[in-house]
Structures are given as structure tokens and as C-alpha cells.
Design a binder for this molecule. Structure first.
Ligand code: ADP
Ligand code: ZN
Length: 739
């Protein structure tokens, strides 16, 4: 018998695919909702997928394979969310299968849920001859007081009664229980905001403003407040308000990678009386599974995560917070290249919900969106409580020169040293900020000037350690011992270490202040979360006098007794081809400065620089963010740079330099002519680091008017040629990294 009219669906798989494939529904299923999760055959494998729409390819039934399984216990993705996935795929020019993959990055969710044993009171009552003990009695009491029809897991029983699991097992043997098996369900996250906690007046009105705006559905709001002004407390309260509107509501707090610290989690716990549900790259697969199910099922109420959390299928997302919205680590550079902050705004738009961007140094993009009225803005002008903003001064290294001591070169100016010693006498904490890992950035041959380079990358090797140093590449992980013989001039033992990294700074501190306790904070010393927490606790307890840190330490932390910050090399980061160099340096140094004087004692910041007249230094000195940003905005406007024009990069990489050159030149010849100068395509040029991790790289830069469809332009241009297998082509819309 022939079967007519069996339904077929277009199903998207989480693979490197441009579009979904059509599959036939099993005969017993008459229809399937869009967004349902299913299992389908692909070649000889089983894959999971999601129903996107009705079938699109008009294939005859015989040509289609059949859906093998429907995961009806898993949540269905909403229409808004599927639209978001497809929008991101178009915007970033990434294959939609790769974007979908980000929403289920854990295959384990498709495994059958494990069942758990539940213990109820035996229907026949306590067995005859049962010997009663105190702990056995307490278990029976529980059923008698809470109700005989209830069931508990073994851990619940032991938690509630104090009886050991051993006791429960003995009672089970004796026949005290009725046992049943059920699926494990994620627990509802039990949020209860601390009613005792009160906000100050400006925080209170910020909360009111945001909640009022939030009534409009999609409403992006910049929460702009100096470091320590209490922004976190403001958005915590907003979360409380949103959650109490509807018991199904969920919220997402997005943080940059390194802000996910114990301090933040403690603060959260204090205000909400529970832990947030976490989402970041170092969760174990079983934590991922558990958290994914709770997020998709709606049991998770507040999720704290890094950028990847944005692609999770929330059951009812009702508010997004992006903290430190200016932070560069929201940009993902691999696979699907996207900016987490920008995509968060898009997601909020698709979901018609409010989004709060919080920062003490908002990005220029966000400032421009406020200026054009796209975003609303609310400000906190001063630090919370008695804390005041630190006093910032510049130290001109041309006149206030560090003096060489008998133990070696110094990198601290005489005036900085005087300030340090003054604070040490008063038992206050000091932080020396230098954003460079290792001992020295260069190993140079004294005889011929040869500098040691990475064999895989076009960069110099950084020396780690002083005696018999290890030379490391910070891009690819290559390392080697320093050579005895120079590869260029064959001089013996001729290498010397040049420049300063935080290890050398630590050496200077040890020479100057041998009795003081020092903590070195960099990704080399704090390579585990545990170490980071421990070090932070030591600082909190006052067991550390001097903190030497890289940017790992620039943000988020709050140490009331830290009253002096010295920025050892303020000029770092001001050079280079990056249009955001000034903005980034300003933000980083403001954040670092924000570590000083957060308690009752006032703070001081000294920035050592060779160019005190530079606009970034002047803006920091005058604490005049507005003027600096206005200057930057008008400069970008003049040059039609983002956010006033659009940028994209096309990056070609290959192990084969010859093939790369040939293809880059071919692609250059295909550049479409622009008669009305609405766009420019520049290149190919060698990337600033032209050789990295064993790959050669060439870049094109595409610059267009704001309203031009830059994606279509790039697709039309790059699809005119077939890309050889040896070459990888990456498209980066709105690039932030020009290396
Ligand atoms: P920001 O996020 O703007 O840097 P925080 O929210 O971390 O600032 O607040 C800075 C410090 O002030 C924190 O220790 C915080 O607990 C405290 N604080 C902020 N608001 C209040 C408040 N209303 N009552 C008591 N302490 C507060
Ligand atoms: Zn390298």
C-alpha cells in the first residue's frame, strides 16, 4: 500500500553546514513543531538536529531519510531563538549549523536521563521486630511530621534527619520503605533577595529608571558609573524586580572571562542567598549537562556566564545584563566570529526584553548609541559610601628618571619610590601594574644585536625566569632554553635580557623591600582558579603588602586597604595599528586606577609615562572621560570609522606561503569596482603578525558606509573564486583585533 502525504521537515544539524536537510516524519507522527529536537541518520551516523520549517527541497518521499527519534522530554526552541540563530549566521557570515552548535554544546543532554531511587514510607508500616535507635527514629519522625505519602532521595533523607546513608540502607533492608524510581529533574534555583539590604538614593533612582524603561519590551540601557559606584548592586536589584514579576522569568548576567571570580560569586550569594547557575568554558561535561537542562527547562533563574551563554535556549529569558560591556574579551575570534555585547543586544531585540550594559568606561560604540538615542542612559556619579575617586598623577619618566642601583636597573622613578615607602610605613597596600608577563620581552645578542624569534610566529620570544631563562612564545606556546651560541654571529654566551616584565619588577621589589610580602598576579602564577581565590583571600586578609599584577588583576576586585596604584609603563598599548588603541588604554588604565582607594582611605594613582602630553594621559590626569570620548568620537566620525562607518576583515591563512601569495593576489584582482566610493577594499597586506602558529597570514580590510550591506559585498566578492584547500578564509565583521 502506498502512503500519501507523509509530512517532511527541514532539519538543521549542528555541523559545518549552510542549511538544513529534509527528512520524513515517522509514520506514527502526524506533525512536529518547529524547534523540536530530533535524531536523524546522516551517512552512517546518528546526529541530533532541530526542526527548522516544513521541507524545502521538494524531494520525492523515496529520496528522503526518516527522523529516527523525537526528544519529547527536551524543551522546544522558541521561534524568536531560531530567528536569532539565523540572524547571527547571516550577520557574521558563518554557516548556520555552526551557530546552532553553540546552542547545544553538550551532546550528553540527549542521553536518557538517569533515574534515581526515591524512598517513601512502607505502606505496611514499620516491620515487626524492628529494632529502634535514635537515628532510625528520626527518619520515621520525618515521614510522620512531613507526611507519609512523601518520597525523598537518600541524600535528602540523610540531610533532613542527620541519619547516615548507612542507616537508611539498613532500614531499607529491614523493609521500612516503599521504593520508586523517577527521572532526576533539575532543582528550581531558589532565589531570595536580601530584604534588609537598602540602596542609596542614586542607586534607587537608577533601579526605578531601568524598571520603567523595561516595561517597553526591548530597551537597551547603559548603566554608566565610576568604579565602585555600586553598579552591581543596582543590577542585582533590577534582577530581583524582573524575577518577581513572573515566576517563569529568567535572567542572564554576562561577564568577561576573567571577571568570573570568587569575589563576584560571594557578592551574588550574599544578596540572593544562593549560587547562580554558571556557564563558561571550564565546566565539566556533567555540569554542562545539568546547567543546560536547568536553563532550557526554566529551573535556572539567574545565569552567570561568559559570551557563550548568550547562545543558550533559555526557557523564558526576560533580562540581559552585560557587565564591563567595553571589555575586549566579549569578542570571539574563532569559529563563529562575533562580539558578545553586540549579539546580546540583538538577542534582547528578538526576545523583546530589556538589556543593561554596565561599565565605568563604556565603549565608543555604546556612547554613540546613547548619543543617537538608540540606547537610554543612567549614571551613577560617585563612589558608594565614603569612598572617593583616587587622585591621579603623571610621572614624566624623561625628567623623573629611575636610578640604577647596585643590584641592577630600576624601573620605578624616585617620586614613585617615595610614595611607595610612605604607604608601606602606614601599612597600606600597594599595587604595581605592568601588563607584561615574564622576566623580559627580548633576548638580544650583545655582539650582533640578533633577537630571538619564535620559529612558528613572527614575534620575539619572552624570557621567563632570570637564571637559565626559558624563552616562550605568548602566541603559540613554543618554548626553548636560551642558546649558548648566537645563531647569527656564533658568539658564545652573548645573550642578554632586555626590557621589563613582571618577574623583573618583582626582583626589583625584592631587592628594595626584602621583608615585605609580595603577591605576583599573572596567568603564569595563577594558572588555577584555586590559586587565584587563595591569593585574593590573602590580599583581603591584609597578609600582602605589595601586589604586582598584569591585567588579570585590573578588574572587578575590591580591596579597601589598597591605596596606591603605580602604573609602571603607561605607554604600553598606545602604539600599533589598532583604531581603538587610545580607547582601550584609557579603559584599562581607568580600571586599574579604580582599584585604588575603594574603602574609607583615599587612593592615589601614579602613571609612569614618556609621553605625558598624549591625549590619553591628559584625559586620565584630568579624570575627564567625557572630553576624551568626545574627541575620539569626532575623530572616528571624520574618518568614517566605526561606529560611523563599517569595517570588516578578510583574513587568509595557509601553511604554504607561495599558494597564499598567489591566491591573495587573485582575490585582489576580483575586488569589485566602487564607482560611488561607498566602499573601499584595501589589501592584501601581511597581517601585523604575518606568521603565527606555523601559518602565514594576509589581510584585506573592507571599509563601507554605514548603511551598505557589507556582508553581501564580501560574499559576492569572495565567492567569485574557488578557495584552494590549502587556504583558510576567515571573515571578521566589526573586527576588534588587527593583529
Ligand atoms: P561597581 O560594580 O560599580 O564597581 P559595586 O556594586 O561592586 O560597584 O559596589 C562597590 C562596593 O560598595 C561593594 O563592596 C558593594 O557591596 C558596596 N555597596 C554598593 N552599594 C551598596 C549599598 N547600597 N549598601 C551597602 N553597600 C553597598
Ligand atoms: Zn609562536
Amino acid at each position: 500500500m502506498e502512503i500519501f502525504n507523509r509530512k517532511s521537515k527541514n532539519i538543521l544539524l549542528p555541523l559545518n553546514l549552510e542549511k538544513g536537510y529534509d527528512y520524513l516524519l515517522p509514520i506514527h507522527i502526524s506533525d512536529l513543531q518547529e524547534g523540536s529536537l530530533v535524531q536523524v541518520p546522516l551517512r552512517n551516523k546518528k546526529e541530533f538536529g532541530i526542526v527548522l520549517s516544513a521541507a524545502v527541497d521538494n524531494l520525492p518521499e523515496k529520496k528522503m531519510k526518516e527522523v529516527e527519534r523525537v526528544f519529547d522530554k527536551l524543551p522546544t526552541f522558541s521561534k524568536q531563538f531560531l530567528d536569532f540563530i539565523s540572524w547571527v549566521s547571516n550577520y557574521t557570515v558563518s554557516k548556520i549549523g555552526n551557530v546552532f552548535k553553540m546552542s547545544i554544546p553538550v551532546k550528553e543532554v540527549f542521553e536518557e536521563a538517569k533515574q534515581e531511587r526515591f524512598y517513601g514510607f512502607a505502606k505496611s508500616g514499620i516491620p515487626q521486630g524492628f529494632r529502634m535507635t535514635n537515628s532510625r527514629r528520626s527518619v520515621i519522625d520525618l515521614f510522620e511530621t512531613e507526611g507519609e505519602g512523601l518520597y525523598y532521595t537518600i541524600s535528602e533523607l540523610s540531610q533532613k534527619t542527620g541519619a547516615s546513608t548507612q542507616v537508611v540502607k539498613e532500614m531499607e533492608k529491614a523493609g521500612c520503605f516503599d521504593i520508586k524510581f523517577e527521572d532526576i529533574k533539575p532543582e528550581i534555583q531558589n532565589i531570595s533577595y536580601d530584604k534588609e539590604f537598602t540602596l542609596n538614593e542614586s542607586q534607587d533612582s537608577a533601579v526605578k529608571f531601568i524598571c520603567e524603561e523595561a516595561k517597553n519590551g526591548f530597551s537597551p540601557i547603559l548603566l554608566d558609573g565610576v568604579t565602585g559606584s555600586g553598579k552591581t548592586e543596582v543590577y542585582f536589584k533590577v534582577i530581583d524586580e524582573i524575577l518577581s514579576k513572573n515566576s517563569e522569568n529568567q535572567t542572564l548576567i554576562m561577564l568577561p572571562e576573567i571577571s568570573l571570580t570568587g569575589q563576584f560569586l560571594k557578592k551574588f550569594n550574599k544578596r540572593f542567598g544562593c549560587k547562580p547557575v554558571l556557564w563558561h568554558s571550564s565546566l565539566t561535561p556533567s555540569q554542562r549537562k545539568k546547567n543546560w537542562l536547568a536553563i532550557a527547562g526554566g529551573e535556572a533563574k539567574v545565569v552567570v556566564g561568559t559570551r557563550s551563554a548568550l547562545f543558550l535556549p533559555f526557557h523564558k529569558l526576560s533580562l540581559i545584563i552585560v557587565d564591563e560591556e567595553h571589555d575586549g574579551s566579549f569578542k570571539q575570534e574563532e569559529n563563529v566570529v562575533y562580539h558578545g555585547r553586540d549579539m546580546a543586544v540583538v538577542r534582547a531585540k528578538f526576545e523583546s526584553i530589556p538589556i543593561v550594559l554596565a561599565s565605568a568606561t563604556p565603549s565608543l560604540e555604546t556612547i554613540a548609541n546613547v548619543q543617537t538615542g538608540k540606547f537610554k542612559e543612567v549614571k551613577l556619579h560617585s563612589r558608594f559610601g565614603k569612598a572617593i575617586m583616587p587622585d591621579i598623577s603623571l610621572c614624566d619618566l624623561r625628567s623623573d628618571k629611575p636610578i640604577k642601583e647596585e643590584w641592577g636597573n630600576s624601573y620605578l622613578s624616585p617620586s614613585s619610590i617615595k610614595k611607595i615607602e610612605d604607604k608601606l610605613r602606614r601599612n597600606e597596600q600597594i599595587m604595581l601594574f605592568l601588563n607584561r608577563r615574564g622576566y623580559a620581552p627580548l633576548a638580544i645578542c650583545k655582539d650582533c644585536g640578533h633577537k630571538e624569534k619564535c620559529p612558528n610566529c613572527d614575534v620575539h620570544l619572552t624570557a621567563h625566569g632570570k637564571e637559565n631563562p626559558m624563552l616562550k612564545c605568548h602566541h603559540c606556546g613554543y618554548f626553548s632554553r636560551i642558546r649558548n651560541v648566537c645563531s647569527e654571529c656564533e658568539a658564545k654566551d652573548s645573550f642578554t635580557l632586555y626590557g621589563i616584565g613582571i618577574e623583573r619588577l618583582a626582583e626589583e621589589v625584592a631587592n628594595r623591600y626584602p621583608t615585605k610580602k609580595v603577591a605576583i598576579l599573572s596567568s603564569d602564577t595563577l594558572n588555577t582558579t584555586k590559586k587565584l581565590y587563595e591569593t585574593i583571600e590573602e590580599i583581603e586578609k591584609g597578609n600582602i603588602d605589595i601586589i604586582i599584577g598584569t591585567q588579570i588583576f585590573a578588574k572587578g576586585h575590591h580591596f579597601p586597604n589598597l591605596t596606591l596604584v603605580i602604573v609602571v609603563d603607561g605607554d604600553m598599548g598606545l602604539t600599533g595599528a589598532d583604531i581603538r588603541a587610545g580607547e582601550k588604554t584609557f579603559a584599562l588604565l581607568s580600571q586599574v586606577s579604580g582599584r585604588a582607594g575603594r574603602g574609607e582611605k583615599s587612593g592615589e594613582v601614579v602613571i609612569q609615562t614618556f609621553q605625558p602630553e598624549n591625549k590619553v594621559m591628559q584625559a586620565l590626569l584630568k579624570n575627564d572621560r567625557e572630553e576624551f570620548l568626545n574627541l575620539e568620537v569626532s575623530e572616528r566620525k571624520l574618518l568614517s570609522m566605526p561606529p560611523f562607518g563599517r569595517l570588516a576583515a578578510v583574513i587568509l591563512t595557509s601553511k604554504d606561503q607561495g599558494a597564499l601569495d598567489v591566491f591573495a593576489n587573485q582575490l585582489a584582482r576580483e575586488i569589485p569596482r566602487s564607482s560611488d566610493s561607498k566602499y573601499m577594499i584595501l589589501g592584501p597586506v601581511d597581517a601585523p603578525i604575518a606568521f603565527i602558529k606555523g601559518n602565514h597570514r594576509k589581510r584585506f580590510l573592507i571599509k563601507t558606509e554605514k548603511r551598505l550591506n557589507i556582508q553581501q559585498l564580501i560574499i559576492n566578492w569572495t565567492s567569485s573564486l574557488k578557495i584552494p584547500n590549502s587556504i583558510k578564509l576567515k571573515i571578521d565583521i566589526d573586527p576588534h583585533n588587527f593583529m
